[in-house]
Ligand binder design. Structure first.
Ligand SMILES: [Zn+2]
Length: 389
């Protein structure tokens, strides 16, 4: 029995040291400001609702931003509150709106030194605006592949994905980054799914990480047991909006993370999650869930007396990035005219539809409904227009 005692003492000490690594502090009233020291790395998983946005502050005070959430979802405001005056490295992991939507407004407000993407094209208006903003800024532009390295001050991000050739799945083409800082490492998965996980493992790359930014909002399409077994994260962070309509995070994924003993933090439950590290251990702070801005919707103007065969326009104002729908009634039912498709409000919250009132539309006053949706909230306003020759 006595022979085992030193081992027990040893284990006890290891437990105490390990326990000291994770410190959950009380929610912060305000996010910590940039206080670069020679040895502290900060990674902020910014609560942008249903989307990703990661702020990295190197020990020298260099700034990287990986994704920017949806338009108007708070990343720009967070950076401004933090006093960020320049972004040294901006990474768009893949061209989906919940990752790149907030980048144009940031590029239009804060100088950016370098923008990195995977080179995948997208037809969305957000993507086109992002390309315009990059071209219009003084930022250097680069595309990366597996095996490349991105530097930020003394930090090196290894690019684990995409492979040399892009596949046909946008999520699986996500830029995946691994950052090692002393004994503490971070694996940032973007929305990479199981296919990308398998390719990364097949490429024999180091994936072990202290902190895993879980792929694709902790849906079941990502985080295969085989991958998690190789990453062995102590901490898992996922991004999801409160009461999001996708069912993120998935229970099965949360159980898979539990099975590898990862302590899991989600932005839907905890708000912004800040991990600081001196390279020896790490500390996790949370701010509490974001108070979701109450949805607003006002119909600003409408062509209310319109002749059959003429164009009508409705302008409305809501929250930036809110998804908006319009239903235009006529005597014979709901109009299916072109131009009445749902779309998103711009970064100032403006939304507009222009359509042609059919030449055969009956005279009279008919109803129009406009609905805005964001962060699980929905708001409908009604108005009417008059058709008269
Ligand atoms: Zn996403």
């Amino acid at each position: 029995m006595i022979r085992h005692r030193p081992l027990l003492v040893c284990l006890l000490l290891i437990t105490i040291i390990a326990a000291g690594c994770i410190v959950d502090l009380a929610p912060l009233a305000q996010p910590p400001t940039i206080k670069p020291t020679s040895e502290t790395l900060q990674i902020h998983f910014i609560d942008v609702g249903q989307g990703d946005s990661i702020l990295v502050i190197s020990p020298e005070g260099k700034i990287a931003l990986i994704d920017g959430g949806e338009a108007g979802s708070g990343a720009l405001q967070y950076l401004q509150n933090m006093g960020v005056k320049r972004i040294d490295l901006m990474v768009a992991t893949h061209p989906h709106d919940d990752h790149i939507g907030g980048l144009p407004e940031i590029l239009e407000s804060i100088p950016v030194t370098k923008v990195v993407m995977n080179g995948e094209e997208h037809t969305s208006s957000t993507f086109e605006r992002l390309l315009d903003d990059i071209a219009g800024s003084k930022a250097e532009y680069a595309e990366v592949r597996r095996g490349d390295t991105l530097t930020l001050g003394s930090l090196n991000f290894e690019v684990l994905n995409p492979g040399l050739r892009l596949g046909d799945d946008i999520n699986n083409n996500s830029i995946v980054l691994r950052l090692a800082y002393g004994k503490v490492s971070f694996l940032l998965m973007g929305d990479a799914e199981k296919t990308a996980e398998r390719e990364i493992l097949d490429a024999n790359l180091a994936v072990a990480a202290t902190v895993l930014k879980v792929g694709h909002h902790a849906s079941t399409t990502s985080s295969s047991a085989g991958f998690l077994d190789r990453v062995r994260p102590a901490v898992a962070v996922y991004f999801a909006g409160v009461d999001n309509s996708f069912g993120h995070p998935d229970k099965e994924t949360l159980n898979a993370l539990k099975a590898v003993n990862a302590k899991t933090y989600g932005t839907d439950v905890l708000g912004t999650i800040v991990i600081t590290s001196d390279g020896q251990g790490y500390q996790v702070n949370t701010t509490g869930p974001q108070t979701v801005a109450a949805l607003a919707l006002d119909i600003v103007s409408l062509t209310s007396r319109v002749a059959p065969g003429s164009q009508a326009t409705l302008n409305a104002k809501t929250l930036p990035g809110a998804r908006c729908m319009i239903t235009v009634h006529t005597k014979s039912g709901v109009s299916e005219a072109r131009g009445l498709e749902p779309h998103k409000a711009d970064s100032s919250g403006n939304i507009s539809w222009t359509w042609k009132v059919g030449a055969g539309t009956a005279e009279g006053t008919w109803k129009i409904e406009v609905t805005a949706e964001q962060n699980g909230q929905s708001l409908t306003k009604e108005t009417s227009y008059t058709v008269k020759k």
